[in-house]
Ligand binder design. Structure first.
Ligand code: NAP
Length: 497
């Protein structure tokens, strides 16, 4: 399987049977209304499958079932070591279906098959296994209270959690939410993005096979504006975990305030700075500058979309980055050699093309790309694009484009680099490249973001938390810190006679 060719993947795609039914109470079911909506392959614009179009009545069914499962203790009161066994089995089952799941994600999202196979599926397996294996190693606290007292500080599950996820990393963001929420004993109702519902439905079915009790997990495909809002305003949902855009995140905080103050954790957008000093390993920095912005077609929350380069190496360094950009011309997602696929849909393509126009009109210099390509495929492919001469007040430096568009700015000294980096409503990620440990560390410390790389971009693994400062959100996915978003702290104070 590891050596499959494009033709092999095309044949596998033809043979793939897709189940687009919702997942409620441990079973794949049609929406109660019987309604469906198509999901499309962004690589060729063709319909991939019909998917259940869930509404309020499906949500009510799922929430009631999730509440009943939680109250019964079938999962919430199960020994952590037993929950661990189910989660580890679930991770193993996902691993066993690696190729089929990678193919499904490739077709639904338009991600290159090499990425879905090696990155997305692997990340989901690792996240679920790691969270399961960690949960029976978490100890609660006994604080230092007076001698005739004993206090217990325990972390208890929230109850019923709603999870709402985006289309750009559907499988891995689903795993980042489900793994800690389920490991800590919650019941979960997940709403995938309308564009990309298939991988979440697939792994939910495997969760039942692994032994997750019925009622603990539900997956409802359906529209954000009504179904998503219904979950977010529901009085019987205790927690809401979200990955998506900042404007929708702002709505969700309001919905929480207007309803039951459900715990609301948000992972939102970004406009991340990638700072390159003249003394850096420029070859490595140029290669990663391209990866940082063109990986997943720039449809990545942490994309390094603002390249901030020391002025004295600007021309030399930009030549290197442009030469790396040539390796990112889009191709067929089913070809294992493809580095970058299409935009998710025509709407996102138009957003990207619109920002390319904005950049030109703002006076930025188009150094590379800027056009549609592979139009004959029916897919929504955009060239990797580089703007130089960008000032930080331009819209292409401030707004999240969510496409393969790099804005290049320059700085004279470290203070100016930090000031440009921090002049953003976002604070998700960033990187600094320098061989001087003092410069690198001081700049990394001063940039206000949740994750900062030194001489790398996209660094990190399951052991470290992931999330944003400022308008990039308030939650943390991954690591033991993720458990905090899905638990309440409870104090029991005992006085002895
Ligand atoms: P989005 O438009 O905010 O949608 C995200 C999810 O929210 C989808 O499931 C969507 O449903 C749903 N939704 C939309 N309106 C809603 C409402 N009023 N109430 C409840 N739910 C609603 O984001 P996207 O375009 O899918 O994803 C791209 C964004 O996600 C970017 O801003 C990116 O930076 C961010 N992101 C952040 C992270 C991170 O960890 N920080 C990771 C990945 C992506 P429909 O699909 O039905 O509209």
């Amino acid at each position: 399987m590891a050596n499959m060719t494009k033709a092999d993947w095309q044949a596998a795609a033809k043979a793939l049977r897709i189940d687009g039914r919702a997942f409620i109470n441990g079973r794949s079911v049609d929406a109660l209304s019987g309604e469906t909506r198509p999901t499309f392959n962004p690589g060729n614009g063709k319909q991939l499958a019909q998917v259940a179009y869930c509404g309020i009545e499906d949500a009510e069914l799922a929430i009631a079932s999730a509440r009943a499962a939680f109250a019964s203790g079938v999962w919430s009161a199960m020994a952590p070591s037993d929950r661990k066994m189910v989660m580890v089995r679930w991770a193993e089952l996902i691993e066993q279906h690696r190729e089929e799941l990678a193919l499904l994600e490739c077709l639904d999202v338009g991600k290159p098959i090499s990425n879905t196979l090696d990155i997305d599926v692997s990340a989901a397996v690792r996240t679920i296994r790691w969270s399961g294996e960690a949960i029976d190693k978490v100890y609660d606290e006994i604080p230092p209270t007076p001698a005739n007292t004993l206090a217990l500080v325990q972390r208890l599950p929230l109850g019923v959690v709603a999870a709402i996820v985006p289309w750009n990393f559907p499988l891995s963001t689903t795993a980042w939410k489900l793994a800690p929420a389920l490991a800590t004993g919650n019941s979960v109702v997940l709403k995938p993005a309308s564009n990309t519902p298939l991988s979440a439905l697939f792994i939910a079915r495997l969760a039942t096979e692994a032994g997750l009790p019925d009622g603990v997990l539900h997956v409802l495909p359906g529209p954000g504006g009504s179904l998503g809002k219904h979950l977010a305003t529901h009085m019987d949902i205790d927690g809401l975990t979200f990955t998506g855009s900042t404007p929708v995140g702002q709505l969700l905080m309001q919905y929480s305030g207007q309803s039951n103050l459900k715990r609301t954790f948000l992972e939102l957008g970004g406009k991340s700075p990638n700072i390159v000093f003249a003394d850096a390993n420029l070859e490595a920095a140029a290669a990663m500058a391209a990866v940082a912005v063109f990986y997943n077609g720039g449809q990545t929350c942490t994309a390094g979309t603002r390249l901030i380069v020391e002025e004295k190496i600007r021309d030399e360094f930009l030549d290197m980055v442009v030469s790396k950009a040539r390796d990112w011309m889009p191709g067929d997602p089913l070809d294992p050699a493809t580095a970058m696929g299409p935009m998710i849909d025509e709407g996102q393509f138009n957003t990207v093309a619109g920002y390319v126009d904005v950049g030109r009109k703002e006076g930025a210099e188009l150094l590379f790309g800027g056009k549609r390509c592979l139009a004959e495929t029916g897919g929504h492919y955009h060239e990797p694009t580089i703007f130089a001469g960008v000032h930080n007040q331009m819209r292409v430096a401030q707004e999240e484009i969510f496409g393969p568009v790099l804005s290049v700015l320059t700085f004279k000294d470290a203070a100016e680099a930090v000031s440009i980096a921090n002049d953003s409503i976002y604070g998700l990620a960033g990187a600094v490249w320098s061989r001087n440990i003092n410069t690198a560390h001081k700049v990394a410390a001063a940039v206000r973001v949740g994750t900062m790389g030194i001489n790398n971009y996209f660094g990190g693994d399951m052991t470290v938390p992931f999330g944003g400062f400022k308008q990039s959100g308030n939650g943390r996915d991954k690591s033991m810190h993720a458990f905090n978003d899905y638990t309440e702290l409870k104090t029991t104070w005992i006085e002895f006679e």
